[in-house]
Write a protein that binds this ligand. Structure first.
Ligand code: IMP
Ligand code: MG
Length: 177
């Protein structure tokens, strides 16, 4: 099994590139079918989704737009706890069919927050497309319209996903050993 060292941790290949790309192609086909004539606006979430978004969009054949967004975390001044704000929403999404493109859904809290924030801008519809989902880790009910692969509740890196900022730049996905 091919190993990958990221800082102090060792990972082993768990999902090879070919398997990822096959699943990405299937999901792109579903989106091409469902959004024909709707000119969707893809909103990939930085940083993790950059690689998935690139592969997905290469398989999208219908007219569409792409605009990257990011969740910025900062400590609130009034209340305790982390406030997360969606930044980089350059496009007016009012009346648009938006598709959120994420790397992975773990607890689902990030996506729940994202949906709530975007819904306030009155899009025509919001769809969620995640490369990976950890079904056993979900803590909140969220609609996951498109998913490439379900994975066990283990920590992974590669294909855009990081461990402490490193390990994003691989073709395959690796699991912590
Ligand atoms: P959630 O809010 O718990 O669903 O977490 C979602 C975010 O946590 C993702 O967008 C990733 O940035 C990060 N994340 C969750 N699981 C992993 C993992 O296994 N490896 C790397 N990042 C992860
Ligand atoms: Mg992420």
């Amino acid at each position: 099994m091919e190993k990958l060292q990221v800082k102090d941790k060792t990972f082993a290949v768990s999902i090879p590139e070919a398997q990822i790309l096959e699943a990405v192609k299937r999901v792109a086909g579903e989106i091409n079918r469902d959004f024909d004539g709707k000119e969707p606006l893809f909103l990939p979430v930085l940083n993790g989704a950059f690689m998935f978004a690139a592969d997905l969009l290469k398989e999208i054949t219908i007219p569409c737009e792409v605009s990257f967004i990011k969740l910025a975390s900062y400590q609130g001044t009034q209340t305790s706890g982390t406030i997360r704000e969606v930044i980089g929403l350059a496009k007016d999404i009012t009346g648009r069919h938006v598709i959120i493109v994420e790397d992975i859904i773990d607890s689902g809290l990030t996506m729940a927050h994202m949906i709530e924030t975007l819904a306030a801008h009155n899009p025509a519809s919001i769809a969620v497309c995640s490369c990976l989902v950890k079904p056993d880790a979900l803590k909140v009910q969220i609609p996951i319209d498109y998913r490439c692969l379900d994975i066990p509740n283990d920590f992974i890196v590669g294909y855009g996903l990081d461990y402490d900022g490193f390990g994003r730049n691989t073709r395959d996905i690796y699991t912590l050993v």
